[in-house]
Design a protein around this ligand. Structure first.
Ligand code: G6P
Length: 608
């Protein structure tokens, strides 16, 4: 996710900004830039690629003289990595510079409005609209201009802003994207995260939603979005530098699990408008969507598991047949596709070799490909006919958690869109689905709150040799992902089975004390799964059940039960995965495994 650093004080700003940005590199980025006021004007420099390139370009910041500035590492969202799309963005006169982390959801209408007023845009970003809006509303008072702009934008933002007419001030503002400010004897700092300024100060203020900060050399003032002055308490940071990178979490994987409520919100909320689902990126009319008679989902690893869930959800809601393939199989099995078929390639990285090859193959045969991709500007994003981005931000841990959750959310949206285009869903059901979709982030949060309980349980299984996951229907899809999470990071052998299929061979592996994780979230299958639980329990299995609140009958057949909150049966995977992720994580932690970098695995597999 983008990183922001700002400084105003008695020292040179550029070296401090570069140093701060380097401490935010862990967040992932593809380009960097900074703006520094040199006493007369704002100078800006940008560079695509590693921060080192910006450092070289500016001789470690030495060629950008000045004691006030803002800098940015960009993780591309709107528009591929390029100099034009990199931050800072400036107004045409070059008197206002802005860096931004987040997404301005209503940037398209705002951009249209600004164009109609004669503003020219030079980038594809949502952020540039802020530079022009600030210019439009600036009448000599920066705070007033910022306040006016913030009243007009929707979405999320952490901002660093400077006005050349106010060289002794820089500004920060925030809503739903992380931002802190800090102070020492020589100046004040803005940062997306603690590591960027830990070297300079341990006394920081967490900027709250819709607050604006005015920073001067000698101190800071806080304001509400309505320009009322606020008083805030400083917080003393006692983490070491390593813990600070992970925001105090022990591993990136845990941090990323905790980012899932935000990830799901970010993926869903820009696409829900006026109680409807709008996916402009599909570039397809309802008529064109209606013409789709078959879908092939192609992916690898966890993205494949998201696809398996997608199959159940799309088939159930839209009644369109869906096939799901491992990309490595799809490309060599000469699949039968028809003119009325859509190929969906799901990939976090957008670079997985097999998925990319499957995409190229499908395109070469003349089929339209939709990419569900996390990394903007990646190969799959560039080559697909249309792209639906999952807004999970960069994922550092090799084992995916938040990107997977975002993929599920994207697939739900798509399924609902297809269902509506095909008149397969009543308006009442559609509206109820929207309600349930919007509730998912807070429900995920609730489940994350059970971490200690799951950790306690997981500790009993650090010595396990085999663990089985069973479920039926959509619960089978989640069993696949739960089993993969566990085995990839803890090295405990694990298999996922369709619950009814276990008795056809694999049940012979069940011994006294073998843990079987049974997922049962589908009301029409509760009884069936209980029968399967009883079968393995009779062979000595210990049962952990993950089920819906209403299915308390499962307690009699199980040894340990985790309940997930009420949601539509088609969305339960987004909730059931949370205890399974936590379980896998804590077994791995208990065994002392290198959780973020499991042996033999790569985050992005770019070979066949
Ligand atoms: C690797 C990763 C998995 C991931 C899979 C597909 O195996 O370790 O976590 O699910 O690739 O990656 P993609 O980037 O295409 O989603």
């Amino acid at each position: 996710m983008c990183g922001i650093v700002g400084y105003i004080g008695s020292n040179q700003a550029a070296p401090i900004i570069l140093d701060g940005l380097s401490k935010l590199e862990y967040r992932g980025y593809d380009s960097a830039g900074m703006a520094v006021f040199d006493g007369e004007k704002i100078n800006a420099k940008k560079a695509v690629g590693r921060l080192k390139i910006l450092e070289n370009l500016t001789h470690g910041g030495e060629t950008m003289k000045g004691t006030a500035g803002v800098g940015h590492t960009r993780w591309a969202t709107h528009g591929a990595p390029s100099d034009a799309n990199s931050h800072p963005h400036l107004n045409a006169k070059g008197t206002i510079a802005v860096v931004h982390n987040g997404i301005i959801e209503n940037y398209i209408p705002l951009k249209k409005k600004m164009i109609s007023k004669g503003y020219e845009f030079v980038s594809e970003t949502d952020t540039e609209v802020l530079a022009h809006l600030l210019d439009y509303y600036y009448k000599g008072n920066p705070l007033e201009a910022i306040s006016k702009v913030l009243h007009r934008v929707e979405g999320s933002y952490a901002l660093g802003i400077m006005f050349s007419e106010y060289p002794d001030e820089i500004y920060a503002a925030r809503k739903d994207s992380p931002l802190i400010v800090g102070q020492n004897e020589e100046g004040c700092f803005i940062a997306s995260d603690v590591p960027a300024i830990l070297k300079y100060t341990r006394s920081v203020y967490y900027v709250d939603n819709q607050e604006i900060v005015q920073l001067k050399r000698e101190g800071m003032k806080f304001f509400s979005v309505d320009e009322e002055e606020l008083t805030k308490e400083a917080v003393t940071i006692d983490w070491d530098a390593d813990a600070a990178e992970k925001a105090g979490y022990e591993h990136f994987m845990l941090k990323e699990m905790y980012e899932q409520p935000k990830t799901v919100t970010d993926t869903i909320s820009p696409r829900i408008k006026d109680n409807d689902i709008v996916i402009d990126e599909l570039k397809m009319t309802d008529e064109e969507l209606k013409a789709i008679k078959r879908i092939h989902i192609v992916a690898c690893g966890s993205a494949y598991h998201a696809g398996v869930t997608g199959k159940y959800v799309i088939e159930s809601l839209a009644r369109i047949p869906v096939e799901v393939d491992f990309a490595s199989e799809f490309r060599y099995r000469d699949p039968i596709l028809g003119d009325d078929c859509m190929v969906i390639v799901i990939s976090q990285s957008g670079e997985t070799a097999d998925s990319l090859a499957a995409l190229r193959d499908s395109k070469a045969k003349g089929y339209k490909v939709l990419g569900i991709v996390n990394v903007v500007g990646s190969s799959i994003a560039r080559e697909a006919d249309s792209v639906m981005y999952t807004w999970a931000g960069p994922e550092i841990a090799v084992a995916t958690t938040k990107a997977y959750s975002a993929q599920l959310a994207a697939l739900y949206l798509l399924a609902m869109k297809l269902a509506k285009a095909n008149n397969r869903v009543s308006e009442d059901r559609f509206q109820q689905l929207l309600v349930d979709l919007r509730k998912l982030p807070e429900q995920i949060e609730l489940l994350l709150g059970q971490k200690e309980k799951i950790q306690h349980f997981a500790n009993r299984y650090v010595g396990a040799k085999d663990i089985f996951f069973i479920g039926r229907g959509i619960d089978y899809a989640i069993s696949l992902e739960g089993s993969l999470k566990l085995k990839e990071i803890s090295y405990v052998h694990s298999e996922a089975y369709a619950a009814g299929e276990l008795k056809h061979g694999t049940i012979s592996l069940i011994e006294d004390g073998t843990l079987v994780v049974a997922v049962s979230t589908q009301p029409n299958l509760y009884q069936k799964t209980i029968s399967n639980i009883v079968e393995v329990k009779a062979r000595g299995a210990f049962i952990m059940a993950v089920t819906s609140v209403e299915n308390q009958a499962i307690e009699k057949a199980s040894d340990y039960v985790v309940y997930i909150p009420q949601t539509d049966p088609l969305f339960t995977n987004s909730l059931a995965i949370i205890p399974l992720q936590l379980f896998g994580y804590y077994v791995a932690v208990g065994k002392g495994c290198d959780v973020d970098k499991p042996r033999n695995l790569a985050k992005s597999v770019t070979v066949e």
